[in-house]
Design a protein around this ligand. Sequence first.
Ligand code: NAD
Ligand code: TYD
Length: 350
Amino acid sequence: MKTLLITGGAGFIGSHLVRFMVNKYPEYRIINLDKLTYAGNLENLRDVEEKENYLFVKTDINDADAVQKVFDEFDISGVIHLAAESHVDRSITNPTEFIYTNIVGTINLLNAARHQWKDKPEEHLFYHVSTDEVYGSLGDTGLFTEATAYDPRSPYSASKASSDHLVRAYFHTFKLPVVISNCSNNYGGYQFPEKLIPLMIHNISNNKPLPVYGKGLNVRDWLYVDDHTSAIDLIFHKGTLGETYNIGGNNEWTNIDLVNLLCRIMDEKLGHPEGTSEKLITYVTDRAGHDLRYAIDSSKLQNELGWEPSLQFNEGLEKTVEWYLANEGWLNNVTSGDYQKYYDNMYKNR
Ligand code: NAD
Ligand code: TYD
């Protein structure tokens, strides 16, 4: 039986990936390693927690000994590493946390994998999940390719870029079998409502202002989270060692156009007269160092591995809105912080 360690499996993308892997590969044992920060929530995985091939271990990747212990205890054949501090705004208010988790945490995992796999590295794989933000900011034209020079501009993207470099360095220096992907902005259910789309849905539902940074003209390339998951599955099983694959939706939106579209969908779903939610839009002070535009060229992944996004944006956004409206309890729980108190209490003696 293959044992696959997924880090950050209680977070947004991680929980979609864990669910997908547990269901698609009953012959794999899936271990979800997560610290359960504010962004990690085991409620995201209720539907798989009883499955025989699923196991959760509460571990902080900053703790090298604890990480090594997990590798000593389980015969891990592959790692898909998603655990990270992931929010740009938090990296502006508290950069240091990002350096520990995203850089030191990654090196702890690399060291443990290197140590445990030293006899037969070729039978293993360390897959590092990263972001398109490492490439910096585009002007009005052009796309990020795998050959674009790194130019990270926020503490978040700088810490992710650093971790990408370390993963590549372990491939070249120690022959650790690695693969990396850099993906554009994801959206879908279970995303913590500090990120643009769930935050706007939550605020519209609660009749609160919709804070649009600057003039709302920054551009992001949005991908439905399950399409990211399917790309990870493909790259994990078919990707070439040492390679990087860009993943993107070919789906660019200015923030203000996206928020307007969300307002229209929400008015329709909530039975409000058209234009009701748009009145909540409030332009606020811009994010410091706000990257203007991200856009991904994912032709390498499409041509070499045959990946394609499955959903049109309108369809994905409608599904996403419906998910948040149907899961108001989840939203209220994570915004009130009750679940965090519950887990702090539950794990205080472990
Ligand atoms: P998230 O913030 O929703 O989840 C992060 C998870 O990591 C949480 O479960 C958290 O508890 C866990 N974690 C944080 N610090 C930890 C630590 N020290 N030890 C163990 N676990 C820890 O993040 P996400 O949006 O799901 O992103 C997952 C990964 O994908 C990240 O590496 C991110 O850089 C990358 N990524 C995200 C996006 C996006 O749009 N969200 C796009 C491209 C790449
Ligand atoms: P975000 O979801 O934080 O992702 P990222 O910064 O990693 O791309 O933000 C997406 C875009 O939306 C980004 O340009 C910042 C903008 N934004 C707002 O205008 N208002 C908000 O309240 C948030 C959270 C983001």
